[in-house]
Design a protein around this ligand. Structure first.
Ligand code: PGA
Length: 259
């Protein structure tokens, strides 16, 4: 998908659900009405990935990996490779989520290796970028994002048929669960960053149509405001996607988009 009239509603289940809960939620999604014009995808835990992929097989909801390792196979205790996720039916992979960067100290160099491995395995990566509260207060937002973008995409030949997906996820906007929402990102501020990311990528890669999503405490109460932004291609939803009532309320707030 590359037209701006398409949209993405992606759900990052993080480590919120066990296998049984993941399958139950995926099964309920399969049966529920979905908004026209949006690609839905879910990113379950590595443990629940295969069962969720089976529960959604044959539906229009795609599955993705929350994280990948860049070596295909070998002695890497605790890791799951991009190639393994692809073989198990993943279509997407989150790369460089801020929780990976900040809690697991993932570097820009590792993010690059993961991005390349995802592409080599035929996955569509969704690169996550964003600044911390301290970086924002210091006026360093764009500097941080540009560094993350440059490390990921500099001199990378983008495969012609693969969507170029980026999620702007300001760290200060990300929730710690449905009881601890992050701050709302002022719409004007998000829009400036989305446009800048898109322009920057078009400046270093010719013929690409970057699709920029927003993530950070997106829920029914603020979804409409984010989706109203002309340069936003969709949202990456964490906590609000893990509870059936919140998810259906969120989907009910989506105005169908033309395909
Ligand atoms: P959140 O998570 O919606 O719970 O803030 C979004 C994300 O981190 O991808």
């Amino acid at each position: 998908m590359s037209s701006a009239t398409h949209g993405y509603i992606f759900a990052n289940w993080k480590m919120y659900l066990n296998q049984e809960e993941s399958v139950a939620l995926a099964t309920s999604w399969r049966a529920a009405p979905r908004p026209d014009g949006y690609q839905l995808a879910v990113f379950p835990s590595a443990l629940a990935f295969t069962s969720v992929a089976e529960a959604l097989a044959g539906s229009s909801i795609r599955v993705g990996a929350q994280n990948v390792y860049w070596v295909d196979q070998g002695g890497y205790t605790g890791e799951v490779s991009a190639a393994m996720f692809a073989a198990a039916g993943a279509q997407y992979a989150l790369i460089g989520h801020s929780e990976r960067r900040h809690q697991f100290h993932e570097t820009n160099h590792e993010v690059r290796q993961k991005l390349e491995a995802a592409l080599a395995s035929g996955l569509t990566p969704l690169l996550c970028v964003g600044e911390t509260a301290a970086e924002r207060s210091a006026g360093r937002t764009w500097e941080v994002i540009e560094t993350q973008l440059r490390a990921a995409y500099h001199n990378l030949v983008w495969p012609a048929k693969t969507d170029l997906l980026i999620a702007y996820e300001p760290v200060w906007a990300i929730s710690r669960g449905t009881e601890r929402w992050g701050a709302d990102c002022p719409p004007g501020e998000a829009e400036v960053i989305h446009t800048r990311i898109s322009d920057w990528l078009q400046g270093i890669m010719s013929g690409v149509a970057p699709q920029v999503l927003f993530g950070g405490s997106v829920r029914a109460a603020n979804l409409g405001r984010y989706l109203a932004e002309p340069h936003l291609a969709g949202v990456l939803v964490g906590a609000a996607s893990t509870q059936p009532d919140r998810w259906s309320a969120l989907l009910a707030n989506i105005t169908p988009r033309a395909l």
